[in-house]
Design a protein around this ligand. Structure first.
Ligand SMILES: NC(=O)c1ccc[n+]([C@@H]2O[C@H](COP(=O)([O-])OP(=O)(O)OC[C@H]3O[C@@H](n4cnc5c(N)ncnc54)[C@H](OP(=O)(O)O)[C@@H]3O)[C@@H](O)[C@H]2O)c1
Length: 322
């Protein structure tokens, strides 16, 4: 497993990280404590040293499971978690005042809850789960996090950028006030290549790539007949024609991947590892077999410039989160 630096934090993290949304046991269907423990242990044994979770994932369930597994494993694992918006709205409505979403008392309350769930005295990396660029001008923005840093309750801080809007974080990245950004980057949404990654390189801000497999759209496992339970978030994500459109495009990409001697998920994950700016790619995983596959994609040669050029033609602008 290759490691990369998380911006200027001094933290070295595995280039394949673990996305722990699915371990919340709610929006991706049920998963037991035992299954979660097994999949996390498999990840740590494969050299994965970075986990992304959030207080909102199953109301602390994902954090608790991650905390338990890290303690049981005993090795050094960097855990990033997130503070949910107080109004519980994803994404942040453009222009919404900061104090309606992240007032200081809410930030402190959530950080203390996450510390308890994870069973630690300090959070390695805390991320705001939504972001609006208007907050940069508010003197209270990040001030509560600075105080928590001073008291030793958090080490580093970052934001999770709203879906498909990488450029909304550019001014913040250039302000040198955060340590990391988390952003959607995959074969369909290649937009962070335009401006965000360059700015992150220039300012040495860590980049956590989320949704590398388009919520399963690039996993090679979906077809027109795939159905999701009503409670599963993908029921809405792939509703109507979306599933068929995705399967069609994924099929074309699979032909490309096969001609290059790899599976579609391998090409999708290795595509995400290509930019120098990327610190870690965090596929969501609930199956140990997926952990083993994804861990195996690390350390392989970078995709060739010719293939990256070919893949740039497969970018697909849409927002299935709406
Ligand atoms: N707003 C935010 O901050 C935000 C939003 C979304 C996600 N995230 C973070 O990003 C992480 C990743 O995103 P995601 O989980 O939503 O979507 P994703 O990583 O694009 O896709 C996850 C899906 O891919 C499957 N999969 C994983 N590896 C595979 C492989 N090698 N071959 C075939 N299928 C594979 C998983 O299956 P199994 O689960 O069955 O193993 C799961 O169904 C999340 O877990 C979360 O930590 C953050």
């Amino acid at each position: 497993m290759n490691s990369r630096m998380l911006g200027k934090t001094g933290l070295s993290v595995s280039e394949i990280g673990f996305g722990a949304w699915g371990l919340g046991g709610s929006l991706w269907g049920p998963i037991s404590d035992g299954e979660s423990r097994a999949v996390l242990r498999n990840a740590f044994e494969h050299g994965i040293t970075f986990v992304d979770t959030a207080l909102a994932y199953g109301d602390g369930t994902s954090e608790k499971r991650v905390g338990d597994a890290v303690r049981e494993f005993g090795g050094r694992i960097t855990v990033a978690t997130k503070i949910p918006p107080m109004n519980w709205e994803w994404p942040a409505s453009p222009g919404i005042p900061l104090d309606r979403v992240f007032p200081g008392y809410w930030i402190e309350k959530c950080v203390r809850e996450s510390l308890k769930n994870l069973g630690v005295g300090t959070l390695d990396l805390i991320q705001l789960h939504v972001y609006d660029p208007g907050w940069l001008a508010d003197p209270e923005f990040l001030a509560p996090l600075e105080r928590l840093k001073a008291s030793g309750e958090i080490r580093f801080m970052g934001i999770s950028i709203n879906d498909h809007e990488p450029d909304t974080a550019l001014d913040l990245v250039r302000s040198d006030r955060i340590d990391s950004v988390q952003v959607i980057f995959n074969l369909f949404d290649q937009s962070p290549l335009e401006n965000l990654f360059g700015a992150c390189r220039e300012h040495d801000v860590g980049v956590i790539v989320r949704v590398p497999l388009d919520e399963g759209g690039l996993s090679g496992a979906l077809n027109e007949k795939t159905r999701f339970d009503k409670g599963d978030f993908r029921h809405a994500y792939f509703r109507g024609n979306r599933l068929g459109d995705t399967v069609k495009r994924a099929g074309v990409l699979e032909t490309v991947s096969r001609s290059e001697g790899m599976s579609l998920p391998e090409m999708a994950v290795r595509f995400c590892l290509s930019p120098e700016a990327v610190s870690t790619v965090i596929p969501g995983m609930r199956k140990s077999a997926h952990v083993s596959l994804n861990a195996g994609y690390s350390g392989k040669p970078k995709l060739s410039p010719g293939l990256l050029e070919k893949l740039s033609k497969h970018a697909w602008e849409r927002n299935f989160y709406q």
